[in-house]
Design a protein around this ligand. Structure first.
Ligand code: ADP
Length: 722
């Protein structure tokens, strides 16, 4: 089917033709035949890189041209940015595009001027809770990676959000995009959608298992040279020799780094002069952006054409690695499966070095086929590679047989709703009531009838859990006591709008009510004791130190559990460890020191601080509403967690180009406030933080005088991690 033949305005057809897209891929053509451009609901369950985004684009453009508004829901913030950048290209067609990933208690009404809005599912849920007006105008909603309904963490939110959007705008078109799953027909039936189910791919994918020097696919065998002792390195070299790049998936961060280091000496020899020069530039940027030991290892690897990628790296470092790979300079990335979950970063050969992953319930377990397919699907860059190869490694014949049967020959698993537990439902029941979607128990059950859970298991299974949730919400004062009507209290409404788990809100209210003196530690531990916080693991070497700390500061915790209750006490120690990380952060301990002390990466510090800032914000709001102590203290801590610094630096840190390290440098040199900076000589400041930053600072504080005369001054010390 030609783009030219589609029922779309000429300018849109030209837009695609100019970018080289002249003809639809077969699954895309099937979607059009099934009503994509006529507003029909559709589920496309097709492999990675087979053009799902284009389907979304066509449906969104058509709907917007008919006066509607499109919402594109993604599971990850990084994916939201990627899609946003892509859709911004439609500005030449007069489309306005917005992105909403920020604070959860904002309405973001301003975003309503856009035609296409990209948001994570959590943000979409919070916009609904805050009764954002433009949500009513949505005429097409795209749910990307909809198979994540199966995920215990994110699935329930996506499921409820889709149910709410459909109830609010019954005529809204739903386009769900999924990896191939076993029960796609069931998912489509739930969405009242036509199903496009296909295994078609634009580049051939050879999937197979490597064993004893040979890569065995379904209908082919291919020997691979063995210049080194390591099989995976040999597979990498083989691909580079043919002009390709590799993605190597590992089960742990340590192994990711280990493999990138291991491949250095072999990959280095394959680099051209241009490669080396560009890679040196990327490595320098890595060092400029971060001063941790891990980033210096990353920089060393990158100079030799290898890299690693995981959630312990900060976003700027991950982006440097991704871009270096896209440009073809970095030859291999070894990554945890995070990269497979969404980012568009294909490679000629994907090597899955570990097909097992650790789970706290059952130890090391083989990953699901669905996850394997997500990784394998990254193989083969459309239009650039003649084919893609996904390689699993077997160490024995038995393993070879197992891998072939499980991953190459079998299909993906079914997906199952994870909504049916009190933990998953509590928050969504409160928001459903607060937003007026249900005013009686009957209406609530009627609303829940529309979820995938009820579709899969029948509504009956939910009844008892719903009653437990309603009891909890009434007991905690978030719902009025009236047994016949469901009405949220002012407290309940605020909890829903703040997008916090009602159990967290109840724990915070209780903690503030019962606390004696409120120290920094009391408040930090209080937020770390809520289920919304992401706790750090306890390593065996942590027990003694954290336990000693608890003994020394016992009076500052609202309650210390009995150490003989081992499970409860261990959990508590995890909360304390996380509080200690935040304590070091707000007391300006250098990031590298924190990383080494807690065995984490910089990315983890930022992710933990992000969540903590939000829960501390909630704490301040709840204390204000309920007239409890701690509102002012929590507000101050919220800001300190945002910047990772002591109170005296807050004024300087309000200047955008000043981070915690530069602020401290300025403060120690006697520039303690914005006012003092405004009165300072630019030369003096430039000596401290460099001319470029000085220029930015002065612009922001309203002194725009030329700074060119001191632009050759070098800062005293090299850049910070600001
Ligand atoms: P998916 O979302 O399924 O992983 P994408 O939509 O990102 O895949 O598509 C992968 C690549 O294929 C993109 O670069 C896209 O521009 C290109 N593409 C999509 N449809 C077509 C088509 N019909 N013809 C040529 N290229 C296409």
């Amino acid at each position: 089917m030609k783009i030219e033949s589609l029922d779309l305005p000429d300018e849109i057809k030209r837009f695609y033709e100019n970018s080289g897209i002249l003809e639809l891929y077969p699954p895309q053509a099937e979607a059009v035949e099934k009503g994509l451009l006529e507003g029909k609901n559709l589920l496309a369950a097709i492999p990675t890189a087979s053009g799902k985004t284009l389907l979304a684009e066509l449906a969104m453009l058509k709907s917007v041209l008919n006066g509607g508004k499109a919402l594109y829901i993604v599971p990850l913030r990084a994916l939201a940015s990627e899609k946003f950048r892509r859709f911004q290209e439609f500005s030449v067609l007069g489309m306005r595009v917005g992105i909403s990933t920020g604070d959860y208690d904002r309405r973001d009404e301003g975003l309503g001027i856009n035609d296409i809005i990209v948001a994570t599912s959590e943000k979409t849920d919070s916009l609904l809770r805050n009764e954002t007006a433009w949500m009513q105008e949505i005429s097409v909603v795209v749910a990307d990676e909809v198979h994540l309904i199966d995920s215990p963490d994110r699935g329930p939110t996506l499921e409820i959000t889709l149910s709410k959007l459909r109830r609010m705008n019954p005529s809204c078109q739903v386009l769900a995009l999924s990896a191939t799953v076993g029960n796609a027909d069931e998912l489509a039936a739930w969405l009242d959608a036509e199903l496009v189910l296909s295994e078609w791919r634009p580049t051939d994918l050879m999937e197979g298992v490597f064993y004893n020097g040979i890569f065995y696919c379904k209908d082919k065998e291919k020997p691979v040279g063995q210049p080194t002792k390591d099989e995976a390195v040999n597979l990498v070299l083989d691909t580079i020799k043919e002009g390709g790049q590799c993605l190597v998936f590992e089960s742990s961060r340590k192994n990711c780094m280990g493999f990138a280091k291991k491949a250095v000496s072999a990959v280095k020899k394959t680099l051209s002069k241009e490669d080396r020069e560009t890679l040196a530039g990327i490595a320098d940027e890595i060092i400029e952006n971060s001063e941790t030991d891990v980033s210096s290892v990353l920089a060393t690897c990158v100079r030799s054409g290898t890299a690693f990628h995981h959630a312990g790296l900060t976003t700027p470092l991950r982006e440097l690695v991704e871009n270096g790979f896209r440009e073809g300079r970095i030859k291999i990335i070894s990554s945890t499966p995070t990269l497979a979950a969404g980012l568009n970063l294909p490679a000629r050969r994907v090597i899955i070095r570990s097909y097992r992953r650790y789970s706290s319930d059952s130890g090391m377990q083989p990953i699901p086929v669905l996850e394997y397919k997500q990784m394998a699907g990254r193989a083969g860059r459309p239009r650039l590679d003649p084919y893609g190869e996904a390689v699993l490694l077997a160490k024995s014949y038995e393993e070879f047989v197992f891998l072939f049967e499980k991953y190459i020959e079998a299909g993906a698993e079914d997906i199952w709703s994870k909504l049916g537990t009190e933990n998953a439902l509590r928050t969504h029941i409160l928001s459903t009531i607060s937003n007026g979607f249900a005013r009686t128990r009957e209406e609530l059950m009627d609303f829940l009838e529309a979820t995938f859970f009820a579709f899969q298991y029948s509504n009956f299974g939910l009844s008892a859990v719903v009653d437990e949730c309603l009891d909890f919400l009434r007991r905690e004062g978030m719902l009025e006591k009236d047994p016949d009507a469901l009405v949220s209290t002012v407290f309940g409404k605020l909890v829903s709008r703040l997008y916090i788990d009602p159990l967290s809100a109840a724990l915070i209210a209780k903690g503030l009510r019962e606390a004696g003196t409120l120290t920094e530690l009391t408040l930090l531990h209080l937020i770390c004791s809520t289920p919304d916080m992401r706790l750090m693991y306890m390593r065996s070497q942590d027990y003694q130190e954290v336990n000693d700390y608890v003994m020394a500061h016992a009076g500052e915790f609202s309650k210390v559990p009995n150490p003989f209750n081992i499970a409860e006490y261990e959990w508590f120690l995890g909360e304390v460890k996380t509080s200690l990380l935040l304590m070091d952060w707000i007391h300006e301990k250098p990031e590298n020191e924190i990383c080494l002390k807690f065995g984490i990466g910089e990315g983890d510090i930022h992710a933990t601080a992000d969540i903590a800032e939000w829960i501390m914000h909630v704490t301040a709001q709840l204390a204000g509403l309920l007239d409890l102590k701690g509102a002012k203290e929590a507000s101050e801590l919220e800001k300190r967690i945002r910047y990772g610094a002591a109170p005296e630096l807050m004024d300087l840190l309000d200047i955008r180009s000043v981070g915690r390290v530069r602020a401290r440098k300025l403060y120690e040199a006697g520039f303690k406030s914005t006012a003092e900076l405004a009165a300072a000589s630019p030369e003096h400041i430039a000596v401290l933080v460099g001319p470029k930053i000085t220029e930015r600072i002065f612009k922001q504080i309203g002194r725009r005088e030329a700074v060119s005369e001191f632009s050759d001054i070098e800062p005293l010390e090299k850049g910070s991690s600001d």
